[in-house]
Design a protein around this ligand. Sequence first.
Ligand code: SF4
Length: 360
Amino acid sequence: MNNNIYIIYGKDAKYMTKQLLEYADAKRYIPLGSKIAIKPNLVVEKPYTSGATTNPHIVEGIIEYLRENGFENIAILEGAWLGASTKRAFEVCGYTEIAKKYSVKLIDTKDDKPLKVNVDGFELNICSKVYEYDFLINVPLLKGHCQTQLTCALKNLKGLIPDSEKRRFHTLGLHKPIAYLNKAIKTHLVVVDSIMPDPDFEEGGNPVEKDFIALGFDPVLIDSFAAEHLGYNPYEIEYISLSEKLGVGKAGEYNLIEINPEKKPTEFSKRSSIVSRYAKYIEEKDACSVCYANLISSLMRLDEQGLLKKLSKKLYIGQGYRGKAMDGIGIGSCTKAFDVCKQGCPPKSNEIVEFLKQNL
Ligand code: SF4
């Protein structure tokens, strides 16, 4: 497999993306007449400036490049996270406008029929539409994640499974199902948005100007590069090593080709420890990302108000606490057997804040 990773620095996302695709000669890898699916990360209904979602100008750049090279059949596929509306995310993040401007299909995978897929004995439910396309361009945002530390190319495919399967992935600890999902769906090309991501948090809120876009052909290699960028050893991220074992790709040595090194920002900001600062208040077992992220946001709000130090009991969250009654504060309907519990699936951040204030 091609182990080049191309990188371009700057702020003009559309121009940079077209330059990258030209430089890597991406068209050479796309069979003529292919039906092409583009998978951005629109996990929540927030614009890219929040650090949570893929910059739409990158997707515009990809579409223009493809059209200029004779590829007509293009669709954008995505399913927002649990409880969020993909259609609203398409609207808020600028994708409805792009779809109109370039006459490309916009597919909400939440409307899709799930298909049972068996990969080496591991069963998965996958939205069937993705299999109608020949070539998948994965366009993740390089972000931190409060449970898996990193979210980039491999985890981005979670938007191609139904909500019920997203819940099940969390009961399975995320890493193994993410690796098998990537064996079930082949990513052919990855264009990584790292212009203004949130290095800590999948939900955004603390965007950092990193000012680069990267391109590669192997999602395992790309995630290995992304992990290093956030300050991790790639093999610390379990789904990277599992994906490698399954033959999805190869982590490790890559050949970094910087297209405009003279524009490289003098120093990339290092990973901060916002999430780990708040994680110590929480006991988590198989929590869905949205639930956990909402809880972290609430603790940040409490901290800003000077109230966090008054929190004396542990907070419990996740599907692993279903039916268990424990001494502590339960967050989410999974913990409804607790004496003190904030119900909701997922509970909203502002509601958790108010609830915690009453239970300090
Ligand atoms: S309460 Fe939270 S952890 Fe439990 S299923 Fe709902 S979103 Fe997931």
